[in-house]
Design a protein around this ligand. Structure first.
Ligand code: GAP
Length: 456
């Protein structure tokens, strides 16, 4: 278990307090495992997604982007195996009416019966569990106004299949040959019944998936490449190395399509859990879709005359899980001048707001100069203006959302056009000329960074 101040309850409460992430449909009492992202949550999540795109298509030339449909032809899910095999074994309790995963009834998962005494399901005097039944996790809906006459379709449970369906089209216009990848970010949906642990497991969630198509003989080499590349990516987001690990799946854990899978795991307050899965999917998906659609899904190398079905290496990450890992990794509590402070020590590039501009007082021309400074900065980075409350309270508000720098305009600023820059982590305050401020802050944003919690 982590040894720092963070707990899941503290993260949930901070996120709610600051409008970062909060329960969806709250005026109706909420809806299971479903959350909304507020202003700072959207900015944080966007930074995660931008960093992923940067790694996939900014830093490399061998990957192209795609945005495929959420509702695809229903045959997609027959071919992929999801219709028959994407299931969880569930039991119902005839007494309390609750539904549980049959493979989560042990002490390790610690799922509790809702009635008193609080025991594992099946162990209370009144528990009356049914036999386990397989329950498909895909959400079903209908195309057409009349349910009975319409055709049943599914909300995608992973973004990956849209990539396989478009393989031939993309190959046609992208002028790429294996090894090359197709990347996409978008919402996926799973009818999860297990308790979600905040945004760790939700009914709808954003995935960042990339299918990397390679010559069959090169698959293992590329699998190893992506294991390393993806671990590096999380470290570059500022996540502490000792809170990340790679865990190879045992043979009996492997999905039906995979010959090898490893998870990038993070040490969340609930223990080591999957952040991302990296799988060697072989040629399973392209072969299945070729068979079900009648289309040839293969690569023909005109130079060598070779024809083959590429193998696929898939790094599949969750935006919510990465966001949650960042929040947990950054959360800290300390004391300033005898006062307790909650602070998110986020990598500055991940922080929702980079700079807050604060006039010391709401008079003497300070707000006007503060607005001028803010306008100077806003095109370079995400900024915020705040003049409400004591300066200490305003610093504390920014600390809680992880703003790395606060720029304060004081009486001296009006005399010599300098401001103070307060650092969230070291609490130092440096005087900087307003004219130099945009470059000084942009330089800080580009600088190498390690979590101050590593040294602590
Ligand atoms: N295409 C492969 C695939 O979807 P997965 O391991 O089922 O593999 C990939 O999902 C990632 O998507 C996970 O590592 C996790 O980050 C995220 N994810 C999956 N189910 C989720 C859920 N119910 N809530 C939040 N994130 C989820």
């Amino acid at each position: 278990m982590p040894d720092d101040a963070v707990t899941m309850d503290k993260i949930v409460s901070l996120c709610k307090r600051r409008g970062i992430i909060f329960p969806a449909s709250e005026i109706y009492g909420g809806i299971a495992n479903t959350y909304d992202y507020g202003h700072y949550g959207v900015l944080l999540k966007r930074n995660v997604v931008d960093a992923w795109w940067q790694a996939m298509i900014g830093d490399r030339d061998d990957i192209v982007a795609l945005d495929s449909a959420i509702i695809q032809h229903p045959r997609t899910w027959e071919a992929s195996g999801h219709l028959a095999g994407f299931t969880d074994p569930l039991v119902d309790c005839r007494t309390c009416g609750q539904r549980f995963r049959a493979d989560h009834l042990d002490a390790e998962h610690d799922v509790r019966c809702p009635r008193k005494p609080s025991v594992l399901p099946g162990q209370g005097p009144d528990c009356n569990l049914t036999e386990a039944r397989e329950f498909n996790l895909m959400f079903e809906t209908t195309i057409g106004p009349v349910q009975e006459a319409g055709s049943t379709v599914y909300l995608r449970p992973e973004t990956a299949q849209g990539i396989f369906l478009d393989f031939k089209t993309v190959l046609g216009f992208a002028r790429r040959k294996p090894p090359f990848g197709i990347a996409q970010v978008g919402k996926s949906f799973r009818n999860e019944i297990t308790p979600g642990n905040f945004i760790f497991r939700t009914l709808e969630f954003e995935q960042m998936e990339m299918e990397y198509f390679v010559p069959p003989d090169d698959a293992h080499r590329w699998y190893l490449h992506w294991l390393e590349a993806r671990m590096d990516w999380y470290e570059r987001l500022g996540i502490r190395g000792d809170h990340l690990r790679l865990r190879a799946h045992e043979q009996d854990e492997l999905s039906h399509y995979s010959s090898a899978t490893s998870d990038v795991e993070y040490l969340y307050p609930i223990g080591w859990q999957e952040l991302e899965g990296i799988a060697n999917r072989g040629n399973f998906d392209l072969t299945q879709h070729a068979q079900y659609s009648g289309e040839k899904l293969e690569y023909f190398d005109q130079q060598s005359g070779e024809r083959y079905v590429p193998h696929v290496i898939e790094p599949a990450a969750g935006v919510g899980r990465a966001t949650l890992a960042l929040l947990c990794d950054a959360y800290d509590e300390d004391q300033i001048g005898g006062e307790a402070r909650t602070v998110l020590k986020l990598h500055p590039r991940m922080a929702p707001v980079k700079v807050a501009v604060l006039p010391l007082v709401r008079k003497d021309g300070q707000p006007e100069l503060a607005h001028e400074v803010r306008n100077l900065l806003r095109r370079r980075m995400q900024t915020e203006y705040d003049e409400g409350g004591s300066i200490g309270r305003r610093y504390r508000r920014q600390d809680e959302i992880g703003t790395p720098w606060c720029v304060t305009i004081d009486h001296q600023s009006l005399e010599d056009r300098t401001v103070t820059v307060r650092d969230r982590d070291t609490l130092t305050q440096d005087r900087v000329a307003i004219d130099e401020l945009p470059d000084v802050l942009a330089g800080k944003l580009e600088a190498a960074w390690i979590s101050p919690k590593v040294a602590a």
